[in-house]
Design a protein around this ligand. Structure first.
Ligand code: AMP
Ligand code: ZN
Length: 483
C-alpha cells in the first residue's frame, strides 16, 4: 500500500461547488487536462499561478500513488480578443502589429512560457498539445456534431446551446440571462451560442486558415480543448483545470461540446477545478491591459523565481492572492530560512536515504497528507515542513527522506537549490561574487584584529558597489545586492 494513503483525497469540484472524494475513472490512474496559455504574448505571473496550481495538483496525485497523465495545451489559434465571437484572433492581431508570421510569434512566446515553467520548477506534463496540430481532428469533430447541434451563419458554424442538457451549470448561469452579456452575432439563436468554426470573411486572407465543409477559416477556441482532451485522455477523464475566468464561458462551452460529441449528459471530466486570481492593487492582472508583471522582471531584479512559487503555495489556490513586492520578499525570506534548515540537515545526515519509521515523523507525514487531501491545502503543509526541520533528536537521515518526500509535492527544489542562488542579485549588477566574498573575508579579518577603520572602509567600498551587508542578520545571509 502507498505510504500516503492515510486520507482520501478531497477536491473542490466547481460543477457541484462541493468537496468530493477523488475516485479515478481508471483504477490507479489520474488523467488531468489543463487549459494552457494563448501564446500571443508573454505570460504574466498571474497566468503562472494557474500552472503552479495544476503542478501542485499533479504532484499531489503522484504523492497519493496515482499514475499521472497530464496534458497542457498551447493555444496558437482561435482565441479571440473578445468572448463574443466578434473580435480578432489574438495571434493574428499580434502578428499584424509586429509584422511577423504567426508561427514565429507562437514559437517565441511558447518558448518564453516554457522558460517560466522551468524556472518555477513545474514538472513537464506527459503532453504539450499544440492546437494547430489538431485542426484536422477539430474539423472531424465538428462534422460529427454539426447536424444535431450546430447551425451555419455567414460568419461561421455555431453551436446551439439549447441542444444540450443544462447548459451553463458550471457557471451557474441560465442560458438566457447569465450568458446574456455575450453580444449576439446577428442570427444567433441563443445569446450564449458560440462559434466552433469561423469563416474567413470574403475578400480577406488570414495567416492561419484551413479548408472545411463550412468554408475556409479557423476553429473556435473552445473546440480545441474538447478535441485534444478527448484525443489524449479519453472521455470521461478525471480532472480539468483552469483559471476561474474559464468557469464562466470557456469551460461551459467545452462541456456542451463534450456532451454533444459523446451523446450523453456527462460533462467530460469528473472534476472541474479552478484557481482564483492573482491580483494587484488595481485588480486582476491582465495581458491585454499592456502593462503586466512577467516572471522575468522578478529575475531581472534578482529575486529567485522559486520565491514566487512559495508565495503561491502560501495561499490556498481558491483564494485571491494579492501580489506586492513585500509579500514576495517575505516569501523569499521564508524560503531562505527553510533552505538553511535543509543545509544543516544535509550536513548532519550521513546517508542520503533511510526509510521513515520514527513515530514523530510518521505523525508529521500523516498530518502533511491530511493537509494536501483537504483540497490541496499547501499553506497548511508548509509549517509541517518547518516543524520537521526543527525536530531535534530524530535521525537526520529519516528527516531528510521525509523532507524530500514533502518537497516532491511542494516542488521547491529544497535539496538542490544553492544558498547563493537565493541571494538578491539584480541581473544588471556588475559585481563579481568571488571579489565580494574575498572582501568580506578581509573585513572579517580586520574586525577580528580590531582594525575597525579598515573594516569600515571595506564596507563603504562594498556599499558603493550596491552590495548591502547584513551584519548580525539572523539568517546569516551575509550580503545581498540591493534592488
Ligand atoms: P491565457 O493565456 O490568457 O489563456 O491564460 C492562461 C491561464 O491563466 C488561464 O487558466 C487563465 O484562467 C489564467 N489566469 C489569467 N489571469 C490570471 C490571474 N490574474 N491569476 C491567476 N490565473 C490567471
Ligand atoms: Zn481550454
Amino acid at each position: 500500500m502507498n505510504d500516503n494513503a492515510a486520507h482520501p483525497l478531497k477536491l473542490f469540484n466547481s460543477l457541484t461547488r462541493q468537496l468530493e472524494d477523488f475516485v479515478p475513472v481508471h483504477a490507479g490512474e489520474a488523467r488531468v487536462y489543463t487549459c494552457g496559455p494563448t501564446v500571443y504574448n508573454y505570460p504574466h505571473i498571474g497566468n503562472m499561478r494557474a500552472y503552479v496550481f495544476a503542478d501542485l495538483l499533479g504532484r499531489t496525485l503522484s504523492w497519493k500513488g496515482y499514475k499521472l497523465t497530464h496534458v497542457i495545451n498551447i493555444t496558437d489559434v482561435g482565441h479571440l480578443t473578445d468572448d463574443a465571437d466578434t473580435g480578432e484572433d489574438k495571434l493574428e492581431k499580434m502578428a499584424a502589429e509586429k509584422a511577423q508570421s504567426i508561427w514565429d510569434i507562437a514559437k517565441h512566446y511558447t518558448e518564453a512560457y516554457w522558460q517560466d515553467i522551468k524556472a518555477l520548477n513545474i514538472r513537464q506534463p506527459a503532453h504539450w498539445s499544440i492546437a494547430t496540430d489538431y485542426v484536422p481532428a477539430m474539423i472531424d469533430y465538428a462534422k460529427g456534431i454539426a447536424d444535431k447541434h450546430c447551425y451555419e451563419l455567414d460568419s461561421g458554424l455555431y453551436f446551439d446551446v439549447s441542444t444540450v442538457t443544462n447548459y451553463g451549470t458550471l457557471a451557474r448561469a441560465a442560458t438566457d440571462d447569465g450568458e446574456g452579456r455575450i453580444d449576439a452575432v446577428e442570427g444567433k439563436r441563443n445569446a450564449a451560442d458560440f462559434a466552433i468554426w469561423r469563416k474567413t470573411p470574403p475578400g480577406e486572407k488570414r495567416q492561419m486558415e484551413w479548408d472545411s465543409p463550412w468554408g475556409r477559416g479557423a476553429p473556435g477556441w473552445h473546440l480545441e480543448c474538447s478535441v485534444m482532451s478527448e484525443a489524449l485522455l479519453g472521455l470521461p477523464f478525471d480532472i480539468h483545470t483552469g483559471g476561474i475566468d474559464h468557469r464562466e464561458i470557456h469551460h461551459p462551452n467545452e462541456i456542451a461540446q463534450n456532451q454533444a460529441h459523446s451523446c450523453s449528459d456527462h460533462s467530460g471530466a469528473k472534476i472541474w477545478m479552478h484557481n482564483n486570481f492573482l491580483i494587484d492593487r488595481t485588480g486582476k492582472m491582465s495581458k491585454s491591459s499592456g502593462e503586466f508583471l512577467r516572471l522575468q522582471l522578478l529575475i531581472d531584479k534578482g529575486i529567485p523565481p522559486l520565491s514566487y512559487r512559495l508565495m503561491c503555495l502560501q495561499a490556498h489556490y481558491r483564494s485571491e492572492l494579492e501580489f506586492t513586492w513585500d509579500n514576495l520578499l517575505a516569501a523569499l525570506t521564508r524560503l531562505k530560512r527553510i533552505v538553511m534548515g535543509v543545509e544543516r540537515l544535509v550536513e548532519k545526515a550521513a546517508a542520503k536515504t533511510e526509510a521513515v519509521t520514527h513515530p514523530a515523523l510518521l505523525q508529521l507525514r500523516e498530518k502533511f497528507d491530511a493537509a494536501l487531501c483537504e483540497d490541496l491545502n499547501s499553506s497548511k503543509g508548509l509549517p509541517l515542513l518547518e516543524e520537521l526541520l526543527a525536530l531535534k533528536k530524530v535521525s537526520a537521515e529519516q528527516r531528510l527522506q521525509l523532507l524530500s518526500d514533502m518537497d516532491s509535492v511542494l516542488g521547491l527544489a529544497l535539496t538542490s537549490v544553492e544558498r547563493s542562488a537565493l541571494r538578491v542579485r539584480p541581473l544588471a549588477a556588475r559585481t563579481d561574487e568571488t571579489e565580494i566574498e574575498a572582501k568580506l573575508d578581509q573585513r572579517q579579518q580586520a574586525k577580528s584584529e580590531k582594525d575597525f577603520a579598515t573594516a569600515d572602509a571595506i564596507r563603504d567600498d562594498l556599499i558603493a558597489q550596491g552590495v548591502e551587508l547584513m551584519d548580525g542578520d539572523p539568517l546569516r545571509w551575509e550580503w545581498r545586492i540591493d534592488i
